[in-house]
Design a protein around this ligand. Structure first.
Ligand code: UGA
Length: 432
């Protein structure tokens, strides 16, 4: 099938290249012509495992190409995905300027039937607005359908998530639209959830809100564990084995970040308020998440006493492992606060340092974890990259001024750290 993806951000690039890999002819459009020029030179703007190879390979096989002309995208394909950003406005609502703009440009270039699919995360009822916008600017009265097909990719495992989804949600209002999308996704052999457009839109916000709720729930339990001497890892395991609860999203830590959960929660709370519902539950989820950063800062102060002029080795800057994304990363707020209190920061991250340098000009960036540890009063883990799990702890102990590890993601075993001679402080694991 011929597919167009409008928006070459995270979602657009992953979806476009995966659809090409499935054998479709895909054209990815972005109005940032510099970005398109860089991609054409093989310079992929984001780090995602496997993405660069996938793009280059499909370009070589002539199944994937890039353009800055939306007109070309609209003319080329029967199915057009909208995957532009929906950043937050000051009041938390999603800014739909990009979506409206794309819808208008699609309409102005419509000449025959097209299926326009919302891929970006959007508030419920956006499909309605896209439909109205296209009808208004559809000069040639071309036929079209609108559909919602939210994505559930996680950064760091996006290609795997695309190729092996738990489910594919398709919100449609016509048989033609339904058949096109069902056919497109047939090779993935995944369970399909076919609904109306509003339900599909809501499934996305409700899913992200629920996943964030699980994280804040376990973080609240971690707080209690610290107070009473229980271990949140054991509690989470004991809870998660109940199939009704499940193990996923029960890892306590410094809180969730990224470009999705914080923004989607704000947007969902704002939509709810607009329709007259006070979503107190999600407000509590958001508050607990903010508190996690203070929780870890308090641990640092509790152990270092006076923090001014102390040096802290920070491992992990991206909001999660296997990505260079630092959007809403807990690391940034935590480091900014420590710098503000006069702490010297020596940071290391396998992928995110270039991006972090742009926002943390007072931190020092190191070439590896050991350089970061050299002369530091404490080792603080903020992101659970695999390489941090296998450090040479003899070396770490020797390099640190004092053997103190504050583990914001519970990647180490308290007992084994104690045996190695460290003072170990996790989240919800008591003192060791
Ligand atoms: C999230 C959803 O998981 C995807 O299904 C969705 O498609 C995506 O948002 C989106 O809306 O585009 P993502 O933000 O990439 O994906 O990453 P997650 O793996 O969900 O992690 C989000 C944050 O929660 C990270 O900061 C992570 O460290 C944190 N987290 C996750 C925890 O603190 N504990 C957990 O148990 C799980």
């Amino acid at each position: 099938m011929k597919i167009s993806l409008i928006g070459c951000g995270y979602v657009g690039l992953v979806t476009g290249s995966c659809l090409a890999e499935l054998g479709n002819k895909v054209i990815c459009v972005d109005n940032d012509s510099k970005k398109i020029a860089r991609i054409k030179q093989g310079k992929i703007p984001i780090y995602e495992p496997g993405l660069e190879e996938l793009i280059l390979n499909n370009v070589k096989k002539k199944r994937l190409r890039f353009t800055s002309s939306i007109q070309e995208g609209v003319k080329y394909s029967e199915i057009i995905f909208i995957a532009v950003g929906t950043p937050p406005l000051e009041n938390g609502e999603a800014d739909l300027t990009g979506i409206e703009n794309v819808a208008r440009h699609i309409a102005l270039n419509l000449s025959g039937y097209r299926l326009i699919v919302e891929k970006s995360t959007v508030p419920v009822e956006t499909g309605e607005w896209v439909k109205k916008t296209i009808s208004t600017y559809n000069k040639h009265k071309a036929e079209f359908d609108v559909a919602s097909n939210p994505e559930f990719l996680r950064e760091g495992s996006a290609i795997e998530d695309f190729m092996h989804p738990d489910r594919i949600v398709i919100g449609v209002e016509s048989k033609r639209a339904r058949d096109l999308l069902v056919n497109l996704y047939k090779p993935l052999n995944a369970p399909l959830v076919i609904t109306n457009i509003r339900s599909a839109e809501l499934i996305k916000h409700a899913s992200n809100a629920f996943l964030a709720t699980k994280i804040s729930f376990i973080n609240a339990i971690a707080y209690i564990c610290d107070k009473v001497g229980a271990d949140v890892e054991e509690v989470a395991r004991g809870m998660g084995l109940d199939k009704r609860i499940g193990q996923s999203n029960l890892s306590a830590g410094v809180g969730y970040g990224g470009s999705c959960f914080p923004k989607d929660l704000d947007a969902f709370i704002a939509i709810s308020e607009r329709i007259g519902y006070n979503f107190d539950l999600l407000k509590a989820v958001r508050n607990i998440n903010e508190e996690q950063k203070h929780f870890i800062l308090k641990k640092v102060r509790d152990f270092l006493w006076v923090v001014k002029d102390k040096t802290i080795a920070v491992l992990g800057l991206s909001f999660k492992p296997d990505t260079d994304d630092i959007r809403n990363a807990p690391s940034i707020d935590i480091i900014k606060e420590l710098l503000h209190e006069g702490v010297k920061i020596k940071a290391y991250d396998p992928q995110a340092m270039n991006k972090a340098k742009e926002v943390l000009d007072k931190a020092a960036f190191c070439k590896d974890p050991y350089e970061a540890c050299k002369g530091a009063d404490c080792l603080l883990v903020i992101t659970e990259w695999n390489e941090f799990k296998e450090l040479d702890f003899k070396k770490v102990k020797h390099l640190l001024k004092r053997p103190l590890i504050i583990d914001g993601r519970n990647i180490y075993e308290p007992k084994s750290m104690k045996e190695k001679g460290f003072t170990y402080v996790g989240i919800g694991r008591g003192r060791h």
